[in-house]
Design a protein around this ligand. Structure first.
Ligand code: PLP
Length: 298
């Protein structure tokens, strides 16, 4: 069995009481035995938030940005604010426990807690495991189809209760679209708003190149603020490229010079087939992006 590690948070938020008064911030426990109540609202209602981040040789990628998005998701769900110090110590302990695993992933989960708990304490844990091997996707590229998400591009402003733009535990739809992609012979999906704008992948941000400019559909579209996209923009600027945001349609996207889905686990996967049509891969830029992403020390 590959090495995994699990830390349970004693007090995921400083705004709610601890689970064990007087105990440390977290406890490292055996990941192979159950720890979650069947009444936890994560299990019964998918009510909670998460983050997933890559770790290379002990260095978590973009930890500050992931913790910022975790706090922003909590606020969008009216959950108590995560206690950053406690989460950072639990993350450090899980990474140390994973030892010399070259490529690992860690997941932070905070749920609304156990149904009926009079103290309404969130449940929180950090789980780490060796990442999958995405080398083929990074080099050879992936086939992607567009699918309708069913919401307008401005859903985050018109209907914030739909929680667009928050990283919630309710990812059944994000998994269902991958099964639909497989049925249509594709590897992944780009969601499109009901009024026809490109949004994001089910677990990734969309990136495209036009000339010397690297672009993404932008924020405020009910999509996640991608940490990988953010880091790639900083890197591209340091390489003399321009960066920008552009709201566009799938047919505009099909006409760009190169396309990627980017995310914390797989990093930059170039798109070689877009909605059934071959798309040129920028091998040089893809390799440079992945070398930068995998070499990040923060
Ligand atoms: N959009 C969605 C819906 C995601 O689930 C993810 C990551 O899982 C992303 C975008 C990309 O975010 P990041 O680069 O921080 O992994």
């Amino acid at each position: 069995m590959s090495k995994t590690a699990l830390a349970l948070l004693n007090r995921p938020s400083a705004d709610t009481p601890p689970h064990n008064p007087g105990a440390p911030d977290y406890e490292l426990v055996d990941p192979q035995v159950p720890h979650l109540s069947v009444l936890d609202l994560a299990a019964t209602r998918g009510d909670g938030i998460f983050e997933a981040l890559g770790v290379t040789s002990g260095h978590p990628h973009s930890l500050d940005a992931h913790l910022r998005r975790f706090a922003s998701s909590a606020a969008k769900l009216d959950l108590p604010a995560p206690d950053e110090k406690a989460w950072r110590s639990a993350i450090g302990a899980v990474i140390a426990e994973l030892g010399d695993t070259t490529d690992a992933l860690i997941k932070l989960v905070m749920t609304r807690g156990v149904e009926g708990d009079p103290e309404a304490r969130p449940t929180g844990w950090v789980y780490g495991w060796p990442g999958a091997d995405h080398a083929a996707a990074r080099t050879n590229g992936i086939a992607v189809i567009t699918l309708d998400r069913g919401y307008r591009h401005d859903v985050e402003q018109t209907s914030p209760w739909l929680l667009a733009g928050a990283k919630t535990l309710s990812y059944a739809v994000n998994r269902a679209v991958l099964r639909e992609a497989a049925r249509r012979g594709a590897d992944d999906v780009i969601f499109v708003s009901s009024d026809g704008f490109v949004l994001e992948g089910p677990t990734s941000s969309v990136l495209f190149r036009r000339g010397n400019t690297l672009l993404t559909p932008g924020t405020g579209l009910g999509i996640l603020d991608g940490t990988t996209q953010g880091d790639l923009f900083d890197w591209a600027q340091s390489q003399g490229m321009q960066t920008g945001f552009e709201q566009l349609t799938p047919s505009d996207l099909g006409r760009t010079d190169a396309l990627w889905l980017v995310s914390s686990g797989r990093q930059a996967a170039p798109i070689r087939v877009f909605d059934g049509l071959p798309h040129e891969i920028d091998h040089e830029l893809s390799a440079a992006m992945n070398a930068y992403l995998l070499g990040r020390k923060t």
